[in-house]
Design a protein around this ligand. Structure first.
Ligand code: GDP
Length: 596
């Protein structure tokens, strides 16, 4: 609880409307309404920044503070087990053999990633190779002191993030390139966060040491602040000074990679189930789909059937990173293959299966899953509809209609349908006789509809659910009132401009604590009326100290819908427990600015 009586919550730098609703225990519609009142039109899945979220939170009774990652462990702890470790978790330990480390290079733009990758490739791959590598397949291998290292040659976060977001984890070690003349920059920090989240160790390549303005100590300081404490400062991050441009320090970097990998037990079973990650893929006009694969467990052989996502096929031709034909490729080997029927996604996993029949079973399953996802996504967009209706962007008002008898249901449905205009249509999802039930509310919540009842009531379970789900339920006993209100609502959708209209004022005479979360103000209504389904603000010394929805309204222990001037009542305001004797309570409703 903060000093001003608001509950404290911690929010990230940005979050969706839905997430904010969950954190503040409100309905998304409530959040959208507050946003609207503050001039922000947002739908349920829209990202809002911390400042906006904090304003909404305070109106919902919370004081928001920004989430800070102080401990470097925070990110690491939330990370997953590196994928390759998961891949080999089913293998018997005695079958596991060391494999070359797979390295990826990250860093801020212009800090020298491409130059470094080229320097490593030229210095080590080209040796003894007439002409060196002419092709570029997104990965290559180098030999250093009789050990092999695989480099993913797709620098930049996009590739790395794509891999992570698809659950794949290609790299065992990240080389973070930091220019010594520029220091730690935003993308450097991002790269650190990515690597930590993926639980991949980082080696820093302190590049551009040849530049006169290189300032290694300053950069090391910044790195230490970002959670990478140099090993020569008693930390555990290896920092290798080098110049990619002058090709100086490259061997030291390779040495550091081998040292790091030795401590990591980078293993795979060359005879186990064959699985890996797609590094790159494209269509070649002459050769068809060409895909670069990184084998991570097992061995890929010519003629194997590969499946990745919904792409599959028998390997018709297979090459190493130099473009030489290859028959077999074991763990950590980058290969280029021909034979897939469609272009697979970079970052997606692949597996080798027995034959095309087995591949088709997997592909069919995935196609079905994708179809299901698409129809779910459609549902989700339906969910947004109501907020868009409210924001004037959507042209349909969905309703669920309940009435006491068939004889009144039909004319209601007919007159509602007659209200459809060219701009907005009324869509009655469900019309039935009987009281409003939890099922009706569930349907309304799922399709963002409103529920209207004629000469019926809603049971208490349904009312509770309506409140938690943010479903609006309106009860009527005169048909024209019902249609009049709907017509008004439609106007509201056309002109979603609401103003606060004060409907009553009361003075607080006594305060009763009823629970940890709430207290009740015993009041006398001095003007207008207090209403149960309205909002209220607490005014102290002419200052509004809090405002939110009326949570409860009682007159002589009875729950009531309204209390008029001159009467006493007990009022509770949502999430508020700090009433003081002498406060004034102002009850208000939001209404269209065009209404009287
Ligand atoms: P990337 O955006 O991280 O891939 O950076 P590049 O490799 O494209 O390099 C950006 C610029 O920095 C280029 O002009 C390079 O020539 C230059 N550069 C890269 N490494 C070094 C270095 O070690 N020393 C100097 N002086 N310049 C470098």
């Amino acid at each position: 609880m903060s000093e001003n009586g608001l509950k404290t919550i911690i929010l990230p730098t940005s979050l969706t409307v839905r997430e904010l609703a969950e954190i503040t225990e409100s309905s998304p519609i409530q959040v959208i309404k507050v946003l609207m009142a503050n001039g922000v039109m947002a739908n349920i899945n829209q990202q809002i920044d911390f400042d906006t979220a904090a304003v909404v939170a305070s109106e919902l009774g919370f004081e928001a503070s920004l989430q800070v990652y102080e401990e470097e462990e925070t990110i690491a702890e939330t990370g997953t087990i590196p994928l390759w470790r998961q891949m080999i978790s089913d293998e018997s330990p005695s079958d596991l053999k060391p494999r070359p480390p797979v390295v990826t290079i990250l860093g801020h733009v212009d800090h020298g990633k491409t130059t470094l990758l080229d320097a490593i490739r030229q210095a080590n791959v080209a040796e003894g190779e007439a002409g060196g590598i002419t092709q570029h397949i997104g990965a290559y291998q180098v030999e250093h002191k009789n050990a092999t290292i695989t480099f993913l040659d797709t620098p930049g976060h996009a590739a790395f993030t794509a891999m992570r977001s698809r659950g794949a984890q290609g790299a065992d070690i990240v080389i973070l390139v930091v220019a010594a003349d520029d220091g730690v920059m935003p993308q450097t920090k991002e790269a650190i966060a990515h690597a930590k989240a993926a639980q991949v160790p980082i080696i820093v390549a302190l590049n551009k040491m040849d530049r006169p303005d290189a300032n290694p100590d300053f950069t090391k300081n910044q790195l230490a602040e970002a959670g990478l404490v140099p090993d020569d400062w008693d930390g555990d991050t290896m920092i290798v000074p080098l110049s990619a441009k002058k090709k100086e320090g490259i061997d030291d970097l390779l040495e550091a990679i081998l040292l790091t990998s030795e401590g990591m037990e980078i293993l795979a079973n060359p005879n186990g189930s064959t699985i890996g990650t797609i590094i790159e893929a494209e269509v070649d006009r002459a050769k068809g789909v060409m895909a670069t694969l990184l084998v991570q467990n097992g061995t890929v052989s010519m003629g194997d059937t590969v499946v990745s996502g919904t792409s599959y096929g028998r390997i018709k031709a297979m090459f190493d990173y130099k473009g030489n034909p290859l028959k077999k490729a074991g763990p950590s080997t980058p290969i280029q293959i021909m034979g897939l029927n469609e272009v697979p996604h970079a970052g997606e996993l692949f597996q080798v299966v027995k034959n095309s029949k087995a591949a088709l079973v997997i592909v069919d399953e995935r196609l079905n899953d994708a179809k299901e996802k698409r129809s779910n996504a459609k549902k989700a967009t339906l969910e947004e509809l109501f907020s868009r209706v409210q924001a004037g962007e959507e042209q349909e008002l969905r309703m669920i209609v309940k009435a006491d008898v068939q004889g009144s249901l039909e004319p209601i449905v007919n007159s509602l349908n007659d209200l459809s205009t060219g701009d907005i249509t009324i869509n009655i999802l469900h019309a039935e006789t009987g009281n409003i039930s939890e099922n009706d509310i569930m349907l309304a919540a799922a399709s963002k509809a409103i529920v209207v009842g004629f000469n019926v009531t809603s049971d208490s379970a349904a009312r509770k659910m309506a409140e938690t789900e943010g479903v609006s339920v309106r009860l009527y006993n005169i048909i024209y009132r019902l249609t009049e209100d709907v017509e008004k609502a439609m106007k509201g959708m056309l002109e979603p401009e609401y103003v606060d209209k004060v409907i009553g004022k009361a003075n607080v005479l006594a305060v009763f604590k009823v629970s940890k979360q709430g207290s009740i103000a015993g009041c006398r209504v001095v003007s207008g009326e207090l209403r149960r389904n309205a909002k209220a603000r607490v005014i102290r010394n002419d200052q509004v100290v809090y405002e939110n929805e009326v949570a409860s309204l009682k007159h002589e222990k009875e729950d009531v819908r309204e209390v008029r001037t001159g009467f006493e009542c007990g009022i509770g305001i949502k999430n508020y427990a700090d009433f003081q004797v002498g406060d004034q309570i102002e009850c208000y409703v939001k209404q269209l600015s065009t209404d009287g």
